[in-house]
Design a protein around this ligand. Structure first.
Ligand code: PMP
Length: 392
């Protein structure tokens, strides 16, 4: 029976980690895997999380099961950050904890399918797991180009999808720090998207995996809030794995907004049933740590300051790259200053990406995506020189 299975390609980014680890050059540069790095190349545990974890060790008196919804203290504490002051939109939003943002995207897709959605519009390129999840859930995927040549977002693409969409369609949007392009919708573009969705049967599914790593905690949620204020229903997938540095602890939340509060229990009961069938309940530790941070004013300040430092560093790297535009012309580096988050796409071909690795020890995804947080003041000149070499 099992011999009928066909081999699947290895995850390209994980393969890249191994190649990078085996490279003995001291000045190698890792721009592959999508984690934040300090100026020293580290991905440390947040100080706020360390303190929260210490408090948990001292105070936690049971690890008995919770339920498919996980730690509701965590889920609710996060809501004002995501949705703003009226965090439940008059009792129309409820959430549940998920294993990472991936679990939340998975629930969003599965719940949408259960509700009758058959097709999902999405700008491409996107985080590769989006399509894998849609495929696995049996949803048809309809792509449109996300980016324009000048490094800005293709508003017409998303508006056409929304305006021509049918009852059984959804659209999957990145709230901020678009992965892999770094190209976000401007506030004005979000206005147009929200307006179009208000007049369309297409269900919005919004993935927010990098809140606070773009412009600011509030700014990064503004587009999402704009849409939610104008539509009857929406699904939101949230990840705390980047903005709390909890990656392997798998911390996410899935929120459902119903057209009226009377509908909400039914919707949530379906999400619970799906969670039960997928993972029964989410891992507790990371969500409990986030709850502990967000319920403590002092720890919240420590967390927000750490996040602000990360955001400022990412911005500095982007500005440094943009300033080097003339040294590696044709790559559109100047646009990076106006883009957000950890990622950017460089228009490099397979040979150039291979040459960067072989000749210069620069590791990046085969798609041309770079994690800008892999760059420092010290290694940026080498990276620019390497780009000039392979493109010149
Ligand atoms: N959505 C997007 C756009 C992402 O980039 C990621 C992480 N790479 C996720 C969701 C999922 O994050 P997590 O690690 O929390 O599952």
């Amino acid at each position: 029976m099992l011999d009928k299975l066909q081999a699947q390609p290895a995850d390209a980014l994980l393969a890249l980690i191994k190649l990078h680890a085996a490279d003995e050059r001291d000045d190698k540069i890792d721009l592959g895997v999508g984690v934040y790095r300090t100026a020293d190349g580290a991905t440390p545990v947040f100080a706020a999380i360390k303190q929260a974890e210490q408090a948990m060790v001292d105070s936690q008196d049971s690890k008995a099961y919770l339920g498919p919804e996980g730690d509701m203290g965590f889920v609710n504490a996060l809501m004002p950050y995501v949705f703003g002051d009226d965090a439940t939109m008059g009792g129309r939003i409820q959430g549940m904890q998920t294993p990472g943002g991936t679990g939340a995207v998975r629930l969003a897709a599965a719940l949408a399918a259960r509700a009758g959605v058959t097709r999902v519009f999405m700008g491409t390129p996107s985080w590769p797991n989006h399509k894998q999840i849609l495929d696995d859930v049996g949803l048809e995927f309809a792509g449109f180009p996300h980016a324009l040549e000048d490094g800005t977002a293709n508003l017409d693409g998303v508006l056409n999808a929304i305006r021509n969409g049918r009852e059984d369609d959804a659209v999957l949007l990145h709230a901020c720090c678009h992965n892999p392009t770094g190209i976000d919708y401007t506030p004005e573009q979000w206005d147009a998207i929200a307006e179009a969705l208000s007049d369309s049967p297409v269900l919005p599914i919004i993935d927010i995996a990098y809140q606070g790593l773009g412009v600011g905690l509030e700014e990064d949620a503004a587009g999402l809030r704009n849409v939610l204020a104008k539509v009857p229903e929406a699904l939101v997938a949230y990840s705390c794995d980047k903005n709390f540095g909890l990656y392997r602890d798998r911390v996410g939340a899935f929120y459902m907004m119903a057209s009226d509060r009377g509908q909400l229990d039914t919707i949530v009961s379906n999400a619970n049933a799906l969670a039960r069938a997928n993972w029964s309940m989410p891992p507790d530790h990371g969500g409990a740590a986030v709850r502990t941070v967000l319920r403590d004013e002092g720890l919240t300040r420590v967390w927000e300051d750490e996040l602000a430092d990360m955001r400022a560093r990412v911005r500095r790297v982007r500005e440094r790259l943009a300033a080097a535009d003339n040294k590696a012309p044709g790559l559109g580096l100047s646009a990076l200053a106006h883009q957000h988050g950890l990622f950017a796409m460089l228009p490099l071909n397979r040979e150039q990406i291979e040459a960067l690795r072989r000749d210069h020890g620069v590791y990046m995804a085969g798609s041309g995506r770079i994690n800008v947080a892999g760059l420092t003041e010290a290694n940026t000149p080498k990276f620019i020189a390497a780009l000039a070499d392979v493109t010149g």
